[in-house]
Design a protein around this ligand. Structure first.
Ligand code: 5GP
Length: 209
């Protein structure tokens, strides 16, 4: 009654690699409770990193399969990032929204802007590191990328910051706990927006008194 959950909402989270998007998203999902928010699993042509599994972090596919999916209209958006393709499977997103579950897309800026064009009601959240030196330390610390890849990601991060004005919310991930709380507050507030269905329920309640 106090929330509009007739339909789910689409939340798009972007930010430089190493900003902490993944950690924030999994904490928010955990705290919101089961089945409140689902994570869309993207399709990619990049190879799995150590520890990554097909269908978990990504659906790992060949370039041919990816192109086929585009031609079928099966991707909500797609983009080329660092020479590999990444895309969002359309059906999973639509089905969950229709069933009242929020869907989270953890995608790059090009993808986020494309989603906003297709779904103006999508909510764009940018996660930024508190400084570039913190970002460098996080990228080095996770030991998954070579030095030249880290350099590429750092220079990309600087150009990515210029797109923040296209986003609805900016979360600066300095202290993780606080960043998680702030992100959760966005998920909660977005369901408190004035809507016809909420107004209808409220009026019915008052009239029944
Ligand atoms: P990584 O290879 O580090 O997992 O991801 C590289 C970049 O691709 C990240 O910025 C990530 O947000 C982006 N990405 C992941 N999935 C998608 C997707 O489905 N669409 C788009 N446009 N970008 C994606």
């Amino acid at each position: 009654m106090d929330e509009d959950r007739t339909k789910g909402k689409l939340f798009v989270i972007s930010g430089p690699s190493g900003a902490g998007k993944g950690t924030i998203v999994s904490r928010v999902r955990e705290d919101l409770g089961p089945n409140r928010a689902v994570l869309s699993i993207s399709m990619t042509t990049r190879g799995p990193r150590p520890g990554e599994e097909d269908g978990k972090q990504y659906f790992f596919v060949t370039k041919e399969d990816f192109c086929k999916k585009i031609q079928e209209g099966g991707l909500l958006e797609y983009a080329e990032v660092y020479g590999n393709y990444y895309g969002t499977p359309r059906s999973y997103v639509m089905e969950n929204i229709e069933n009242g579950r929020d869907v989270i897309l953890e995608i790059d800026i090009q993808g986020a802007l494309n989603v906003k064009k297709a779904f103006p009601e999508g909510i764009l959240i940018f996660v930024a590191p508190p400084s570039l030196s913190v970002l460098r330390d996080r990228l080095t610390g996770r030991n998954t990328d070579a030095e030249d890849v880290i350099r590429l990601r750092l220079s990309k991060a600087v150009s990515e910051l210029s797109h923040i004005p296209a986003y609805d919310y900016l979360i600066i991930n300095d202290v993780l706990e606080e960043a998680v709380k702030k992100t959760e507050s966005i998920f909660i507030s977005e369901h408190m927006r004035v809507s016809e269905s909420r107004m209808g329920r409220l009026m019915a309640e008052y009239e029944g008194e």
